[in-house]
Design a protein around this ligand. Structure first.
Ligand code: NAD
Length: 486
């Protein structure tokens, strides 16, 4: 049985308390690894190691050397691509067709992108007039924030973790990662890569465990942590925000969503169907940017629903390494039960089930996995639970609309504000509608198309702060001004 240990000061350490927990393959329900849980003692040691590293060789490393090291990390991931791919697919159940194109390559690229960016981002400078006429020169510098806690979800484990670790290290911070208890494998592999490339001790640390009363809570409440960057549920974000209030420690949050998709009759319907099938069902609906509310202009409503149903019914569940598989399982039995609970709720609320609505019955070892059917509903009230709450499953409600103002109001009628997709070939309408939707990203005629230089984050309950490009540096650095009287 594979053991996944904590990684502190460049050493893999067994749990001091002896506590371990099982890492399951959600496609089968079988145990694939035993994970060592970090208690308070290990979190203390990880924080102490990360603090020491700030003033060690890492703190004095010339930036060119630091950036070269980050490039070597990316190369190190790519050199072990197949191992990372298998670990990610076994932990999440996601098909390799997805993880080989998105999770692993993007996970590696996050180190190079931010290394290159740091070198090229200027700071500001101002000349100030003074009464004596000599003036003063102001210039600003960016300094690392310090020790950063990185608390991660399970849906894109490597990608979302390195999306934070990349810029944090590029800016000269040290990190302690708390991977999701569901998906610790690729973070542990990354720790091996850190040692392979010669990362100084204490710069990258990993503590495994759960949230409340475990590694997550111990880490986010730790006074030696200078900032917490978190991706996960809005409710968890609220708990972490409270923990960070003590000590006034800063936070960066990427939280939940309940994203709308809007399809106008003047769209290219082939594109809209193809894009919506991805935005609803990719990663079995476990994508924060995914679409769970579809609004379709009435004149094309029936045709849209018929074609979406046909596409959903073609999705093929199966093993991660089967080239024909294009939909995986949900992450856990608990999450499956939650999603199936919403399927029941939709029915009792009076939904018309267009397709799906239950679990997949698969054979052999896959029978023990957490499979649910791609599901489409129509006919629900705008206040129904499945229209308002984030489900994080392969499902959407589809509703007709009659005019633009109505659909903009519907799209914005949510406590979330992460993403939206708009489908129209009318350029003026595209700009007009995109500008009025309250979401961190609005896609027009696309979905999940990401330029990593752009700001990424959520409005309202979907997040605090922006990541991506120079925006990541707002959180990972402290900007200071130096004023020189001439
Ligand atoms: P989660 O909030 O349950 O867990 C995320 C992490 O927080 C895990 O590592 C968990 O152990 C830890 N945690 C839980 N309680 C904690 C506590 N009290 N203190 C400290 N740590 C704690 O989220 P999840 O189920 O892993 O991920 C799914 C959620 O993440 C969805 O809501 C999804 O929308 C959101 N998400 C958002 C984005 C985004 O960019 N906005 C991206 C991916 C996922």
């Amino acid at each position: 049985m594979r053991e996944i240990k904590n990684f502190i000061n460049s050493e893999f350490r067994a749990s001091e308390s002896g506590k371990t927990f099982d890492d399951l393959n959600p496609a089968t329900g079988q145990v694939i690894a035993r994970v060592h849980e970090a208690g308070k003692a290990e979190v203390d040691e990880a924080v102490a190691a990360a603090r020491d590293a700030l003033t060690g060789p890492w703190g004095y490393m010339p930036s060119d050397e630091r950036m070269a090291l980050l490039h070597r990390i990316a190369d190190g991931i790519n050199a072990r691509f197949d191992e990372f791919l298998e670990a990610e697919c076994l932990d999440t159940g996601k098909p390799m067709s997805l993880a080989s194109k998105i999770d692993i390559p993007r996970g590696a690229a996050n180190f190079k992108i931010f290394a290159d960016l740091v070198k090229n981002v200027p700071t500001e400078s101002f000349m100030l007039d003074t009464p004596d006429g000599a003036g003063a020169l102001n210039y600003s510098q960016r300094k690392p924030k310090g020790v950063i806690a990185v608390v991660c979800p399970w849906n894109l484990p490597l990608l979302l973790m390195t999306w934070k670790v990349g810029p944090a290290l590029a800016c000269g911070n040290t990190v302690i990662v708390k991977p999701s208890e569901e998906t610790p494998a690729t973070t542990s592999l990354l720790a091996e890569v850190m040692n392979e490339v010669g990362m100084p001790p204490g710069v990258f640390n990993v503590v495994n465990g759960f949230g409340p009363d475990s590694a997550g809570a111990f880490l986010t409440a730790h006074s030696g942590v200078d900032g917490v960057t978190f991706t996960g549920e809005t409710r968890t974000g609220s708990a972490i925000m409270k923990a960070c209030a003590d000590g006034i420690r800063q936070i960066s949050f990427e939280l939940g969503g309940k994203n709308p998709g809007i399809v106008f009759a003047d769209c290219d319907l082939d594109k809209a169907i193809e894009g919506t099938l991805r935005s609803v069902f990719a990663n079995c609906g476990q994508v924060c940017l995914g679409t769970e509310r579809m609004y379709i202009e009435r004149s094309i409503f029936d045709e849209f629903v018929t074609r979406l149903k046909l596409g959903a019914e073609k999705l093929q569940p199966g093993r991660w390494n089967d080239a024909a598989t294009n939909i995986g399982p949900l992450i856990s039995a608990e999450h499956r039960d939650k999603v199936l609970g919403y399927f029941d709720k939709a029915r009792t609320d009076g939904a018309q089930v267009v397709t799906g609505g239950g679990a997949f019955e698969l054979e052999d070892d896959l029978a023990g996995g957490y499979w649910v059917q791609p599901t489409i509903w129509t006919g629900l009230d705008d206040n129904a639970a499945v229209v308002r709450e984030e489900i994080f499953g392969p499902c959407c409600h589809v509703r007709p609309f009659d005019d633009e103002a109505e659909v903009i109001a519907l799209a914005n009628d949510t406590r979330y504000g992460l993403a939206a997709a708009v489908w129209t070939e009318n350029l003026t309408r595209a700009h007009r509608v995109a500008g009025q939707i309250n979401a961190g990203i609005v896609w027009v005629n696309s979905w999940f198309l990401r330029d990593l230089r752009t700001p990424f984050g959520g409005m309202k309950h979907s997040g605090i702060g922006r990541e991506g490009g120079v925006h990541s540096f707002e959180f990972y650095t402290e900007m200071k001004n130096i004023c020189i009287k001439l």
